[in-house]
Design a protein around this ligand. Structure first.
Ligand code: PLP
Length: 233
């Protein structure tokens, strides 16, 4: 990675941080209430390291095989990074996810939650999770339906090695701002109707192209890949 590329990554990170601050102020929210998750899927260890050196601590990954080398090689680098699993979860991957990540945003069925609970090492704090909701009811997309959400949350809450923090969604692709607002507002409504546990604090919504709208609708964590790392190949 050249010095030029490293400078660009640091600048893009700064631009995104500024965008979050500006969006928050525009809707009278405290910028400190919106956390930035840098989505580093498909990016190199060097790119993640550069962004970590620029001060970023939370990183999101979708593919286990792609994530583990980064997690391992950056674990002793003194950064104290926080790794969030945000991709689809296959049963045979739950153990490695439970052992290597601090957060999982994409829990959408009880069987997966039970495996994560059982496989989360006891010497680690409970795994922080969000339930992924299929907010647009799209057949090809992951996520529990709005109708089944509270039953799933109720079943997850007693699991001792999991801690439910909130909801995540990837709304239907739309360039219509009103539709974007409506989808995020719907997720927020579901969040407010969850059975209370004392740990609910996270509305994981908004990506590179719609983070302003998500912040206006109450996002507490935005997941940003392209705007920081550039286009993925
Ligand atoms: C890839 C991905 C993102 C980041 O998307 P960008 O458009 O690159 O910002 C966010 N959330 C999830 C679940 C993703 O898979």
């Amino acid at each position: 990675m050249t010095q030029q590329m490293m400078t660009t990554l640091a600048q893009r990170l700064k631009t995104v941080q500024t965008q979050i601050t500006d969006s928050a102020k525009a809707c009278q929210r405290n910028p400190a209430d919106i956390l930035l998750l840098a989505v580093s899927k498909t990016q190199t260890i060097e790119a993640v390291k550069t962004v970590a050196e620029a001060g970023q601590v939370r990183f999101g990954e979708n593919y286990l095989q792609d994530a583990l080398p980064k997690i391992h090689s950056l674990s002793d680098a003194g950064f104290n990074l926080e790794w969030h699993y945000i991709g689809p979860i296959q049963s045979n991957k739950t153990r490695a996810i439970a052992e290597n990540f601090q957060w999982v945003h994409s829990v959408d069925r009880l069987k997966i939650a039970q495996r994560l609970n059982k496989q989360r090492p006891l010497h680690l704090p409970p795994l922080k999770i969000c339930i992924q909701v299929n907010i647009g009811n799209e057949p090809q997309k992951a996520g529990v339906s709005a109708e089944e959400l509270n039953a799933l949350a109720t079943a997850i809450n007693p699991l001792p090695q999991l801690e439910l923090h909130g909801l995540m969604a990837i709304p239907p692709a739309s360039s219509n701002t009103q539709q974007q607002h409506a989808a995020f507002a719907a997720l927020r409504q579901l969040f407010e109707n969850l059975p209370q546990t004392g740990t609910l604090d996270t509305l994981s919504m908004g990506m590179s192209h719609d983070l302003d709208v998500a912040i206006a609708e109450g996002a507490t964590m935005v997941r940003v890949g392209t705007a920081i790392f550039g286009t993925r190949n």
